[in-house]
Design a protein around this ligand. Structure first.
Ligand code: SIN
Length: 298
């Protein structure tokens, strides 16, 4: 594809792909033309029926970020919902000191030195096999409003790059280092053996949709292999800048108490906005283990 041809034109204008907008077992409204759907007409405290199971997987593949409002879930129901997608992940830095290792507490108060996820990132890409997705259940929202989460579509991010840049990035591998957020932001003591640190292709192929994905994130990616330090820094910072400053890539979830949002960690990034100090926000997250490592283009 070259600049000026009809495909390129469509991409620049933000053409909508062939994702579904109607499902048999619930109704959706989309958050943006490219990312995010809000589902109405399903109670996640009950096991999913066969039709709901099929449609929930389909809406997840189609829209990447799926919002369910007015859900009353105890931990078992929250975890059972996550298990529809696979085994639950244990976060390497589970700070909750809670007895349940599969639940990550997401809590911010006036006393918090930081809030989890306050910067563009995908979850735990320092792992050899980063989670397939996460389901965050927010039960307390700031009384002044705020505390939204922004999401970005990394398949569309890839599509919007020039063919020359796409081809260049497809040959590259990047290092993802847990020390960046866990020491840098959370000031934690390293676990025995150090923080996870792994390499992943810069462009991956989504295992379900087959879509190519831009797979670097400012939360974890330290550098690109084979480039000079200044080259890697320049390339990564321009990609991060592109992700953060291209609204077409984004959707925004405005939380209300008892909202659960499920996101596909393989093809999205997110940014939890801490704009509500000194108010509080509380939720619990489960993440789902992926059956495979991120796979490159060839
Ligand atoms: C995270 O999972 O990074 C936190 C997201 C949020 O609190 O909205």
């Amino acid at each position: 594809m070259t600049v000026g041809d009809p495909n390129s034109q469509k991409l620049r204008a933000g053409a909508i792909g062939d994702r579904r907008t109607s499902y048999d077992s619930f109704v959706i409204s989309t958050l943006s033309p490219h990312l995010g759907a809000e589902v109405t007409g399903i109670d996640l405290s009950e096991p999913l029926s066969e039709d709901q199971y099929r449609d929930v997987h389909q809406v997840f593949a189609d829209w990447g970020v799926v919002v369910f409002r007015d859900q009353i879930l105890d931990r078992e129901a929250h975890k059972a919902f996550g298990r529809n997608f696979g085994e639950l992940h244990i976060h390497p830095m589970n700070h909750s000191h809670d007895s349940d290792a599969e639940i990550l507490i997401v809590k911010t108060t006036a006393k918090s030195p930081y809030t989890a996820g306050d910067g563009w990132h995908s979850d735990v890409t320092c792992d050899e096999i980063p989670p397939l997705g996460s389901a965050l259940y927010i039960t307390e929202t700031p009384e002044c409003g705020g505390g939204d989460t922004l999401y970005a579509n990394m398949g569309l991010a890839y599509d919007l790059l020039s063919p020359t840049m796409q081809a260049f990035l497809e040959g590259l591998t990047a290092v993802h280092d847990g020390a960046i957020p866990y020491v840098g932001n959370y000031n934690s003591t390293p676990p025995e053996g150090g923080y996870p640190r792994n390499e992943h292709p810069v462009i991956t192929v989504h295992p379900i949709t087959g879509r190519k994905i831009l797979n670097v994130n400012s939360g974890f990616t330290s550098h690109i292999r084979g480039l000079r330090k200044w080259e890697s820094e320049a390339l990564l910072s321009s990609l991060y800048n592109f992700i953060a400053t291209t609204p077409k890539l984004h959707c925004r979830v405005r939380w209300e108490p008892n909202t659960l949002t499920l996101w596909d960690n393989r093809c999205t990034q997110h940014h939890a906005v801490w704009d509500y100090y000194p108010h509080s926000r509380y939720g619990e997250r489960v993440s789902i283990v992926s059956p495979q490592r991120p796979v490159g283009v060839s």
